[in-house]
Ligand binder design. Structure first.
Ligand code: SF4
Length: 391
């Protein structure tokens, strides 16, 4: 068995701190915006006005904020609305119900987000880091390593942009209002803890302070950073925790999810159950089905024993393989048997409907494809879609 090191990367460490973007209004709460606006010599109510444009009307271009006097508009835009995301590529599939955006950040880093429309909801999947330091060997992003943490505003701006796309009616057959956000794009959200929590607070604060989403409609995924899971439980937020388990035994999980070498399966599940008890939210257990790697019947039975009687739901994710990868998706009969065994153990289980496959719709794949200078190896990661599908 290969033993992969956990990369002890702290992009914020002194001496290697990467260039973060300029401050943006989404980095600040409303009192902070008022203080800044006042410092600029503008009346405090301008903070509410500009916030209403951004979060309430989903307008990101200062030129469209025509009720602001021109001189004030330039000053406020310079201080509060720097351009954070430059679109590089936007792709659609599933008859336009899935839209993937690739962005270039101010320092040239590439990140991606996905908008997914369903008859009853609109979900965006957003990135929390440029790259990822968790080194999961089956994941394209993990192979390229971590570039830097995103700022809170860079995270929020992905959701605001795509909420605007949904509001324009571009996703036929879906409601026009963004309702759900999942932190399942590039990066390990809990490795960028404070900015991700700030971003969540902006997403759930009512307009004009924030986007006004329900906390229950926000999902934060993690590979299992135990201290951060415990900290999140103490935040007075009732967001859903999605734990990317991928193996029920330490021997395999040490390989598939290298952070397991630090926090073992039992420890990470303990933290997840404590999270469920504190927040009242059922934990989502994410399990990528990888052919002949983690899909054996005995592993289904072991997983069933670990989860039986717990406040958990299993999402099995058919792996989205990329050309040249040694990882492949499990065969459908194998997947069905895995589901059957879990359900027999009394564990609620669904198989994820994977969206966006034809547009490289898995984490990191579009970024790797979109950067022509990049030699980033392309691996495979579970598809990004988040609607469960009964088998
Ligand atoms: S699967 Fe997630 S945590 Fe693992 S390397 Fe990829 S982006 Fe990072």
């Amino acid at each position: 068995m290969t033993s992969l090191p956990v990369i002890p990367v702290d992009p914020d460490a002194p001496g290697r701190r990467p260039a973060m973007p300029p401050r943006h209004l989404a980095d600040l709460d409303l009192p902070g915006r008022k203080a800044l606006v006042t410092e600029l010599g503008e009346p405090a109510f301008r903070a509410r006005q500009i916030s209403h444009h951004y979060f309430g009307r989903l307008v990101r271009d200062p030129a469209e904020m025509t009720d602001l006097p021109a001189a004030s508009r330039d000053r406020l835009a310079g201080a509060l609305l720097p351009r954070l995301l430059t679109p590089v590529r936007e792709l659609a599939c599933d008859d336009g119900a899935t839209r993937k955006a690739l962005w270039r950040l101010h320092d040239g880093s590439l990140v991606e987000s996905v908008l997914m429309g369903y008859p009853d909801r609109v979900t965006v999947c957003i990135s929390s880091q440029a790259g990822c330091g968790m080194a999961c060997p089956f994941c394209a992003t993990g192979q390229a390593g971590l570039t830097r943490n995103l700022s809170a505003a860079e995270i929020v701006d992905q959701a605001v942009y795509l909420a605007g796309v949904a509001a324009s009616g571009a996703v036929a057959g879906s409601p026009p209002r963004l309702s759900h956000v999942v932190f399942m794009g590039m990066g390990e959200p809990l490795a960028n803890y404070s900015r991700v929590v700030t971003a969540i607070r902006r997403l759930v604060a009512p307009a004009p302070e924030g986007l006004g989403l329900s906390q229950r409609h926000i999902t934060v995924s993690t590979v299992g950073l135990v201290p951060a899971i415990r900290r999140l439980a103490s935040e007075d937020l009732s967001v859903t925790l999605a734990l990317s388990l991928h193996a029920p035994d330490d021997e395999l999980r040490d390989e598939l999810v290298p952070v397991n070498q630090r926090w073992k399966v039992a420890e990470v599940l303990d933290a997840a159950w404590d999270y469920a008890a504190t927040t009242g939210r059922r934990v989502s257990i994410e399990y990528a089905m990888i052919k002949d790697v983690n899909d054996q019947p005995w592993r289904a039975d072991l997983l069933g024993r670990l989860l039986a009687g717990r406040s958990a739901h299993v999402n099995l994710i058919p792996l989205n393989p990329t050309p040249g990868s040694r990882w492949d998706a499990s065969a459908k009969p194998v997947e069905r048997e895995f589901v059957r065994r879990l359900r027999e153990s009394g564990v609620s289980t669904t198989v994820r409907d994977t969206r966006g496959r034809e547009i490289d719709g898995a984490c990191g794949q579009l970024a790797a494809a979109g950067d022509s200078d990049s030699e980033a190896p392309r691996g495979a990661r579970p598809g990004v879609a988040v609607r469960d599908q009964e088998t």
